[in-house]
Design a protein around this ligand. Sequence first.
Ligand code: FE2
Length: 333
Amino acid sequence: MRRVLSAFLFLALGLSALAQTLVVYSGRSKVLVDPLIRRFEAETGIPVRVRYGKDAQLFQLLLEEGRRSPADVFWANSVGALVRAERSGLFAPLAPEVLKLPVRFVPASGRWIPVTFRMRVLAVREGVSPEPPSSVLELPKVAAYAGRVGWTPRYSSFVDFVTALRGVHGEAEAREWLLGMKALRPQSYAANVPMILDLARGAIDLALTNHYYVLRVRYGDLKSAPKAKGAPVRVHAFADGDVGNLALVTGAGVLASSTRSALAERFLRFLLGEEAQRFFAEAVHEYPLRPNTPTPPVLLPLEAALRKSRWVDPEVFADTEATLRLLKEVGLY
Ligand SMILES: [Fe+2]
């Protein structure tokens, strides 16, 4: 009898542990997420299970799973995925105490929170000549850059940039920009790090990328290539408000189907907490969104970075379909 009871108790404890396990669907990479999950588990005693994938795949999966989804949190790389999840009714409303944590970019819907942002930038080799223009729109007009530019036409942040370009300057101007850039015969890369390494060795002079790739190659961090430390590459600043300096927000929401929404909100508060925000800034050089988070000297101060960026309505980023059509039309996708 005692054995049966203890077996029953064991099963019950197992089930309650399962009931208390937080399930996160993460479009963010394991190298970034894993250390934070371990800290969250250690601090709270709440076990976490993570399913990794691309934003678009996880979004599809959430749609298919519907109310039966085991997921409690969707943590995404891109605003587009968050807005699509919100529009599809996947997210639960968040408490006002959670929504007031980030300094900027909180959506009017109140159904997800921004966690960090990355900047789309133009990386250049030191001494590039001529000095790049003050707007990314002028870049295709510099004939001297023919054959000297690198880009990653299939990379998600590049697609987000083109979506913003369409949203801010219109379809026709976006098409013209893409065709103008193509006429410069850019080198296409599948990934950013090899492109920045090519920039460092002088195979190209300019590269359209995200700010942290430049810092990774120059200063080293989680994903860096140490051999390129101190490489002669830097970020060119377009004029404040130019779409060439574009803040791309990452964020997370609690799923409406979650039965552990209190735990899930606790996880979101942790992501906006001092420790996690410092980690984003120091370990992967993303911009924190919790006010007064110290940023390493290699990052622009937060206010300066926010001033540089063109503000783009989050809704704009949801329309990646039309961007992919345009990229196909001009032969880039
Ligand atoms: Fe990236």
